[in-house]
Ligand binder design. Structure first.
Ligand code: SF4
Ligand code: SF4
Length: 453
């Protein structure tokens, strides 16, 4: 089986005279499919940040208030490991897709690709088609070209700022962010963060583009170990296409490839898929559409470049579902179930109990003992405003301290409590505090001491 080289020999394509890739846009089934995935994802990214439910953002990761809101549900900062779990489950999904269809995530849903295609589209509108852009490179900058270039960069910057604002809106409520910007009251930290985010978007999608996929993205390295002979990935059918020949040089021994180089011109990473499987290929399928258009014009069957496994290209049986894919699928489902279970069992009320400094206990009589504690209650749901504090065994113990905690005033504040018992028989016993909110109840255990330990 042909292995993907860990480090690809990358040669700039011949059509970029200045060494820069000028991607030619194409149309076809897979371009439409990409629009079908990328437009909803873009709409979600730019739209979700504005949606409110019950007066609260639908999705918010608030550093200031140390809380997360995920689709209307509140989570505390202590639930952050669940987000790590979610990322691990997402990585399992990515691995599952990579085993089945290669880098389709990169080609169809990765933000780097979606933004890059958008920026290429803007470039195409402002500076003209790829061929024209390539010819203009290195030419003296006339007024017309200057105007086009300035317009392109302005549009890129505008889109980058819009992206940075939206992204930051998932950490600071977007309405507060915009009104702080309009009234020029934005803090230096937020302004700096916005500038960095906008700059990164502009550089990534406008200037660096495929170099991120080629040199920075670890996913292309992972895929080398995940691919097998049954992975469906964008492939050139060598048996059918070779020997390639220009139309006017073709004879009966020639393959179907007419060496038009369109598959190379549309490639956003500037590779030639006819050279075989390459780590740089992001499975965007632009070359499939370009080649299919050529084949249709030549009245030849489409699919000279297509999603196919190595076994399929060799005309061998190639099942999609196989033990390796089933294994990744099982791990992925288990990971998502574990994270969902974790989210389902989170608590909006976080309680911490510590023994107060000073003596471990106070002896008021032979069996009359008191212990002192400090208690912190932290609420993460605005519906929980008052929390009542009590003891499980109120017949045995007596509680002194605030019976109700108003979370609007004392959220996460340490409050003092004293627990006494007039009939202490053991040196150490378990004491259970109850915390009752409007809808949430939580119990927390601590120890009650009657002898030095
Ligand atoms: S070779 Fe084809 S599928 Fe791979 S990145 Fe280039 S255009 Fe996309
Ligand atoms: S687009 Fe198709 S026909 Fe043209 S060079 Fe590429 S593989 Fe050959």
């Amino acid at each position: 089986m042909e292995k993907i080289p860990a480090v690809e020999q990358y040669t700039p394509p011949h059509f970029a005279r200045d060494g820069k890739i000028h991607v030619r846009l194409t149309e076809g089934f897979f371009q439409n499919l990409r629009r079908l995935t990328s437009w909803p994802l873009l709409a979600l990214f730019f739209g979700l940040v504005w949606i409110q439910y019950d007066g609260q953002a639908l999705l918010l990761f608030s550093f200031a208030e140390r809380k997360l809101i995920l689709f209307g549900a509140f989570f505390s900062w202590y639930d952050l490991p669940l987000l790590t779990g979610l990322m691990i489950a997402g990585a399992c999904l990515l691995f599952f897709m990579a085993v089945a269809w290669g880098r389709i995530w990169c080609g169809f849903a990765c933000p780097q690709s979606i933004w890059t295609w958008l920026f290429i589209r803007i470039e195409d509108i402002t500076e003209g088609r790829a061929g024209m852009r390539s010819r203009l490179e290195g030419k003296p900058m006339g007024r017309g070209l200057l105007l086009r270039r300035v317009t392109k960069h302005l549009l890129w910057m505008l889109f980058a700022i819009f992206t940075a604002l939206t992204f930051t809106g998932y950490f600071i409520p977007i309405r507060e962010l915009i009104s702080a910007g309009v009234s020029l009251e934005m803090s230096g930290t937020v302004t700096g963060w916005l500038a960095i985010m906008a700059g990164l978007t502009y550089v990534n999608a406008g200037l660096v583009r495929e170099k991120i996929c080629l040199h920075a993205c670890p996913y292309s390295r992972f895929q080398a170990v995940m691919f097998d002979k049954d992975t469906r990935t964008v492939s050139y059918d060598v048996a059918r296409g070779e020997p390639r020949a220009k139309r006017h040089h073709a004879d009966k021994h020639s393959g179907d490839c007419v060496d038009c180089s369109l598959c190379v011109q549309v490639c956003p990473v500037g590779i030639d898929i006819r050279d075989g499987l390459q780590a740089a290929c992001i499975d965007c399928a632009a070359c499939i559409d370009a080649c299919n258009n050529v084949m249709e014009k030549l009245d030849l069957p489409t699919g000279l470049i297509r999603f196919a496994s190595e076994a399929q290209l060799e005309q061998k049986p190639s099942p999609l579902m196989r033990p390796r894919l089933a294994g990744y699928g099982t791990v992925m489902i288990a990971a998502f179930c574990a994270v969902l279970y974790g989210f389902y069992n989170t608590n909006d009320l976080q309680v911490a109990i510590r023994r107060d400094r000073g003596p471990l206990f106070t002896q008021l009589g032979e069996h009359h003992i008191c212990n002192s504690y400090i208690i912190k209650v932290e609420g993460f749901n605005p519906a929980e405003s008052i929390v009542r504090v009590s003891l499980y065994d109120e017949g045995q113990y007596e509680l002194s301290g605030p019976a109700e905690i108003n979370l609007a005033e004392n959220n996460a504040a340490w409050l003092s409590y004293r627990v006494c018992s007039q009939d202490v028989r053991s040196a150490i016993s378990t004491l259970t505090f109850h915390f009752q909110g409007n809808q949430i109840f939580t119990a927390k255990e601590t120890t009650f001491l009657a002898k030095p330990i």
